[in-house]
Design a protein around this ligand. Structure first.
Ligand SMILES: Cc1ncc(COP(=O)(O)O)c(C=O)c1O
Length: 393
């Protein structure tokens, strides 16, 4: 058994990491997909950085941060993702970065088509619909079949690529926030390339729990945040643009600071959360100390499998997310098939069992309850969840 898989089951090992987070007494949080906790040491470092910037103000920022420390931090971020520093620009979140890529993608002309599916994040869908109003393109919206398989997902795209020959751009989500489904990004990107279609990847939920290599995935444009599975303070994200494609993204509408061949010209120039940025080196150090995405992902998937395997076959429960290891991560959705209103069931999970979950709607397969363990979740929490689901069904 590979090391990470064996270690994923080691409650004592993971308790050492879980103890590094301060958790408010209250419900067991099984909605860890929204954003991640900071470890106590990261909180302390963040506080120190707030005080440092408050004391030193623009004297430090103008003299050392802008042309020195911020570039080092960007280089560390790029190293984390395995790409050259010049291909990465910091943003305030994933939405800002993805919308910059979508808005400034200059390969579209009136009459072209762009593609989204039911599983994209709403702000990404909104941005692609904005293209229709402002660039005169047509938005093609497809729905994935349910239950999904590797082949069904790929074939849905292949069919769309055949059917809509004017497609030029596809927004693709690595891990959908609705059901946690992990898209076969590499296969879809390869099929898109065969048809001359560019892909903008929304990687919000992938970074920090899934190991990937953008070059290997065949991805040239991507947007991320750093507050989900990496463990950074809120307000940080970044975009990636493959160097040979930089010219395909126009500079930001307000740009006047960076040369045209600098990726930083592709994001809005503004005063960033400097204390949060200065905290990133420690965040990355702790991420690596835990074993990086491979170890964290294995642990989170183990916790996910504890509840999914216990309830998948039970009448009255439908687990929406497949068990093909290529297609799932720790976020997984289910629904109570004998209950029309999933929100009522979320309320019962909270009120009767002290378990905090959330309803997600918008997927073609219907409303579901999203269950997301985190780094402070234990196997005992999963036992409690399994008991609750079994009784409530
Ligand atoms: C799949 C996906 N994309 C994009 C976003 C937006 O991220 P941000 O809040 O950093 O803008 C989210 C947020 O949850 C998400 O789940």
């Amino acid at each position: 058994m590979p090391d990470n898989t064996r270690r994923a089951r080691d409650e004592a090992f993971w308790q050492i990491f879980a103890d590094r987070y301060t958790v408010e007494p209250g419900p067991v949080n099984l909605e860890n997909g929204y954003f991640g906790r900071l470890s106590r040491t990261v909180v302390e470092e963040y506080q120190r950085n707030i005080e440092l910037i408050n004391r030193s103000n623009s004297v430090y920022v103008r003299q050392r941060f802008e042309q020195g420390d911020s570039l080092d931090i960007r280089a560390q971020l790029a190293e984390l993702v395995g790409v050259p520093a010049e291909t990465v620009a910091l943003t305030r979140n994933a939405t800002e970065g993805l919308q910059s890529l979508i808005r400034n993608y200059n390969g579209l002309k009136p009459g072209d088509q762009v593609l989204i599916s039911d599983l994209e994040y709403d702000t990404v869908k909104g941005a692609m619909r904005w293209l229709a109003r402002n660039r005169g393109v047509e938005v093609i919206e497809i729905e994935h079949t349910h239950p999904a398989s590797f082949d069904s997902l790929l074939n849905t795209y292949r069919e769309a690529f055949e059917r809509y020959p004017r497609l030029k751009l596809l927004a693709l989500t690595h891990v959908t926030h609705r059901t946690g489904l992990v898209m076969p990004v590499k296969a879809i990107a390869a099929a898109a390339r065969e048809h001359g279609i560019d892909v903008i990847l929304d990687g919000a939920h992938a970074l920090g729990q899934i190991e990937f290599n953008l070059d290997d995935l065949g991805i040239e444009f991507a947007g991320y945040n750093l507050h989900k599975w990496i463990g950074a303070p809120l307000t940080l994200g970044f975009i990636y643009i493959a160097p040979e494609r930089l010219a395909d993204i126009d500079p930001d509408m307000g740009e006047m600071h960076f040369p045209l061949d600098d990726i930083r010209a592709r994001t809005p120039y503004s005063t960033p959360n400097i204390p949060a940025l200065l905290t990133l080196p420690l965040v990355f150090e702790e991420h690596h100390a835990m074993g990086g995405s491979a170890a964290k992902g294995a642990r989170l998937n183990y916790l996910r499998n504890l509840w999914v395997r216990a309830v998948r076959e039970l009448p009255g429960i439908e687990v929406m997310t497949p068990d093909d290891p290529r297609l799932y991560c720790c976020i997984t959705s289910m629904r109570f098939t004998r209950h029309a209103d999933q929100q009522t069931m979320v309320d019962r999970l909270l009120n009767d069992y002290n378990l905090f979950t959330v309803v997600r709607s918008g997927a073609a397969c219907g409303p579901c309850i999203r269950i997301t363990p985190g780094l402070t979740t234990t196997a005992a929490h999963m036992t409690l969840l399994t008991k609750a689901l079994n009784e409530l069904r």
